[in-house]
Design a protein around this ligand. Sequence first.
Ligand code: UDX
Length: 439
Amino acid sequence: MHISVIGCGYLGAVHAACMAQLGHQVTGFDVDAAKISALQRAEAPFFEPGLPDLLAETMATGRLTFSTDPASVQGAAVHFVCVGTPQAENSNAADMTYVDAAVTALLPHLADGDLVVGKSTVPVGTAERLAEQVTAAQPGATLVWNPEFLREGFAVKDTLHPDRVVYGVPEGAAGESAAAVLDEVYAAPLSEGTPRIVTDYATAQLVKVAANSFLATKISFINAMAELCEATGADVTQLADAIGHDARIGRRFLNAGLGFGGGCLPKDIRAFMARADELGVDQALSFLGEVDAINGRRRERMVTLAEEELGGSVKGRRIAVLGASFKPNSDDVRDSPALDVATKLEELGAQVIMTDPEANANAKARRPQLAFVPSAQDAAEGAELILLLTEWQEFVDLDPEALADLVDTPRILDGRNALDPAAWRAAGWTYRALGRGKH
Ligand code: UDX
C-alpha cells in the first residue's frame, strides 16, 4: 500500500520505518528540515534501539522516503497523522496547533477513497471535528482514529507487534471499508493474532488517555505506598512484590521511585483532566490531580533526602547524578524526573555533575547551567553523594567497590530502587532509597 506519515518525531519516524518494513511504500513528511535531512541519510534523529538498523534496511529497499514538501503525501491512499500534542504553555490542556496544521496541510492533497488516520493522542472530540474538515475537503475520504500505544525504548517492537489495535471509525459503509483498508495495512500483525477492536471515534480517543491514566495511577499508587513505607519503616519493594503476586493487581508498573515523566504520561493526564472539565465531568477525573501531585512529591522527597544525607544543606556540595533521561533506553528528557531533581539541587547551590549514556546533549540543551560528563566514573570522581535517578542497565551494573575508590564519601541514594542494597552496603556505602526506610 502507498502510505504517508505526517510528523516524523518519536512516533512518526518509527511508524514510517515499521510500515515500510511491513512491505508498504512510505513517504514520511515533517516541517522540521533538520529532522528530515537526518532521516534522508537513514540516521535516527533521536535514540531508539533498533531504529537505525530498520531505517537503513527499509531505505535500501526504496520503499521509504522522507520529505519536507507537503505535496509529497499526494498519491498515498492512507495518511497517518503522527504529530505531537504537547501541554499548552499556559494551561493543562493539549496544544492542538500541530494536529490542526498537519490536517490543514493535508486537505488539499486528499483524493477520493483516501483514509486519514489519526494516531496522535488528542482530547476526545478532536476526531469528530477533524472528520468534518476531511469530508468537507474531499467527500470521498474517511477519517479513522487509530491510537498508538508504543513505549519509547521498545517503539520498533511495539509497532511491529502491538498488543492490540484500535480503530475508531464512522458508522455505516464508510466505517466498514475504512476498517478493511486498515486491516490491509496491519495484515502482518493481525495475522499474529493481535486483538483488534473496532469502535466509534469517542471510544478510540478515550482508550489512549484511559490507558495512560491507568498506568500513571498504578505508578502513583505504589509511590503513595512508598510514603507510607517511609513513615513506618516498611519496604515498598517487598510490598510491591507481595501485592503484585495477586494476578488481579500484577507486578508491572509497580516500581516505586522517582515516578513518571516523559512526553506522554504527565501531559496526557493533565490534558484529560482539562477535557473532562470542559465536558462538565471534572469530578470523574479529580483523582488524576492526586496522581499528579503524588508524582511531584517524589521529586521533592529526593531533594529532601539529599539534604538530609549531607547534614541539612546541599549548598556547595558535590553531587553526582546518574541519569538524565526520563527512563532508560531513551534520550528523551521531556518532563524528566532526573533532570528536575538535578535542577532543584543546583538551584539550592549544589555542584551537580550529571551523566547519561544517551541524553547528555538533550539535557544540556535544556539545562545549560548543569555540568555533564561522559561516564558514571567521571561523575563519581570526588562526589560527596551519588544519586541514581534513571536506571540504565550500565548504572545498575556498576561495581560498588570500584566506585567507592573514586568518590569523596561513599553515599548513594537510589531513586529507582534499582540497586542491591546489600552489595552496596557491603562495599562500605551508606545506601538509602525511596520508600525503603532502613532496608
Ligand atoms: C507511555 C505508555 O507506556 C505508552 O503505552 C504510551 O503510548 C506512551 O506513554 P513511555 O512514555 O515511553 O510510554 O514510558 P513508560 O515506559 O510508560 O514509562 C513512563 C514513566 O513511568 C517513566 O518515567 C518510568 O520511569 C516511570 N515508571 C514506569 C515508574 O516510575 N514505575 C514503573 O513501574 C513504570
